[in-house]
Design a protein around this ligand. Structure first.
Ligand SMILES: [Cu+2]
Length: 69
């Protein structure tokens, strides 16, 4: 199991953070995702056999947010 913690740009309200959390949780291979609006952090636990960080980033970006690392 792997874990990444990213700073996310583009979240302006709790609607954004819950939408991003939902997007992350629906990705195949993601076991849990926590998104905190105040600190702009997204913590994602995932199975690296089923999904990689490039795909995770892509999904964050296609949801309208940016990964600042
Ligand atoms: Cu919002």
């Amino acid at each position: 199991m792997s874990r990444v913690e990213w700073t996310i740009d583009g979240m302006t309200c709790s609607g954004c953070s819950s939408r991003l959390k939902r997007v992350l949780q629906q990705i195949e291979g993601v076991t849990s995702a926590e998104v905190t609006l105040e600190t702009r952090q997204a913590a994602i636990h995932f199975d690296q056999q089923r999904v990689n960080t490039a795909t995770l980033k892509e999904r964050v970006e296609s949801a309208g947010f940016a990964v600042l690392v």
